[in-house]
Design a protein around this ligand. Structure first.
Ligand code: UD1
Length: 428
């Protein structure tokens, strides 16, 4: 298994290109199942999760052609997806368990083929993460759903029927699944208490380009008027706000200065405003975002994760690494997922002073972190250890970096290009 070695203490300086958002690209690729024509997606990041989804879509009968942008200076690539013939409506356990987002094929397959059989994703490292909202929503659209042998078995032989769906919890995935399913339903569907994440807006823009009739994406009430058929389209994936936020914090934790080219300030404004009060200058530029830590140590600030436009849970671990080195204390509260503090013991091994009480962590800033051998436990936790390693004195070795490869494209290359001493150690 690959490991990453970092010798910390070097302020970052330079330019980092921001890729297309993984969490937007995944549902966009799945949207290809809704049409028999070709969907072209540009700026798709090169990541393990994208490859996993490609395997799943191929076994459903989708052909995928990869083009362009594989040179050393360009990032991401273009994908052409064509699901002219769906050959299987089953998403097997072996593929779904590797990536929860696979459950998003449920709505599109059901809407297009009248049936779908999708493995329950099971528990995952950051809590139980149920899919009840996806299932209940599809039932509201008239699907008959049974849970059998670890699979969600859904059928709607006469097609889905538009309805009002009230989500009891704000869920990104359930909003996406239902929005896609409703595009081919008979009549109007209203999603109430829908998620407002930029990735949902991006999906709606793409679906509308494919002929769907969706209004209100980005608000908590989305209306979808069903159409008989969707067609092909071309779409460019929205920039990754989590990658953006991560590199903002990388600049901040090393006391450096970075230009994040292709980043969109409006997608990270909650993060930028918070960090500004901690002593980080985050400004919008013509090409993206410029970030610079003003002199001296950062101030500790309190943060609570919330659905968009609040502070994202996917940046909580990185924020905790950053606050570990701040002057003063910071209370970090996680409201979206249970069990999402697995990075805490690892950060503590590097000298951080963090105490967890229920869903809150009290971080008391220390003057220095020390390099150590640590273990990545999930995607965002693993990158928080990279940030800590960049700031720490001495050498840090991060094990299980396959987590990192699920969501960060060429992370060590991007950081090394800005002066970090970081390398991947590959096993023979
Ligand atoms: C997506 C993101 C993930 C991010 C999360 C929250 C993708 C591929 N992943 O995950 O990176 O951390 O949004 O911003 O886009 N819930 C239920 N029942 C359900 C579905 C969700 O109770 O049927 C709960 C979850 O347990 C969680 C909350 O709702 O507590 C939010 O989860 P959700 O927004 O659905 O996360 P994902 O879409 O899985």
């Amino acid at each position: 298994m690959d490991r990453i070695r970092i010798r910390g203490g070097k302020p970052l300086s330079g330019t980092i290109p921001i890729g297309g958002a993984k969490n937007a690209a995944l549902p966009l690729m799945i949207a290809a199942l809704l049409t028999d024509e070709t969907l072209t997606l540009r700026h798709v990041p090169v990541l393990a999760d994208i490859t996993t989804l490609q395997h799943l879509l191929v076994q459903h009968g989708c052909t995928i052609t990869l083009t362009g942008a594989e040179s050393a200076h360009e990032h991401g690539h273009a994908l052409q997806l064509n699901a002219r013939r769906i050959v299987s409506t089953t998403a097997p356990y072996d593929l779904v368990r590797r990536m929860r987002a696979s459950v998003l094929v449920l709505g599109p397959l059901l809407a297009r083929c009248g049936e779908a059989r999708v493995s329950l994703p099971g528990g995952c490292a950051i809590g139980t993460r149920p899919v009840d909202l996806h299932v209940k929503g599809l039932e509201r659209l008239g699907a008959k759903i049974d849970l059998r042998g670890g699979y969600i078995e859904a059928s709607a032989p006469q097609g889905l029927k538009g309805a009002e769906i009230n989500f009891t919890t704000v869920s990104v995935g359930a909003t996406e699944n239902l929005m896609m399913a409703a595009t081919l339903a008979d009549g109007q569907t209203t999603l109430v208490n829908a998620a407002r994440e930029p990735e949902i807006v991006d999906l709606a823009v793409c679906l509308n380009a494919m002929g769907a009739k969706i209004e209100g994406a980005g608000n908590d009430r989305i209306t979808i008027t069903g159409v008989k058929k969707l067609h092909g389209a071309e779409h460019t994936v929205v920039p990754d706000r989590i990658e953006t936020g991560t590199y903002i914090m990388a600049a901040a934790i090393t006391g450096g200065e970075l230009d994040l080219v292709g980043a969109r300030y409006d997608l990270v404004s909650a993060v930028a405003v918070g960090l500004q009060s901690a002593g980080v200058a985050v400004t919008e530029t013509a090409k993206g975002i410029h970030v610079r830590r003003s002199n001296g140590r950062l101030n500790g600030i309190d943060v609570m994760t919330e659905p968009f436009p609040g502070f994202p849970t996917d940046l909580q671990a990185q924020m905790m690494a950053l606050m570990s080195t701040a002057d003063g204390a910071a209370m970090i509260t996680e409201t979206i997922f249970e069990n999402r503090f697995m990075h805490v013991p690892e950060l503590c091994r590097m000298g951080a002073n963090i105490n967890v009480h229920g869903s809150s962590a009290m971080v008391r800033g220390v003057a220095h972190l020390n390099g150590a051998e640590v273990m990545a436990t999930d995607l965002r936790a693993s990158v928080s250890l990279v940030l800590a390693g960049l700031a720490a004195e001495g050498e840090t070795i991060i094990n299980r970096v396959y987590h990192l490869d699920r969501g960060y494209e060429r992370v060590e290359e991007k950081l090394a290009a800005c002066g970090a001493e970081i390398e991947r150690l590959t096993d023979d």
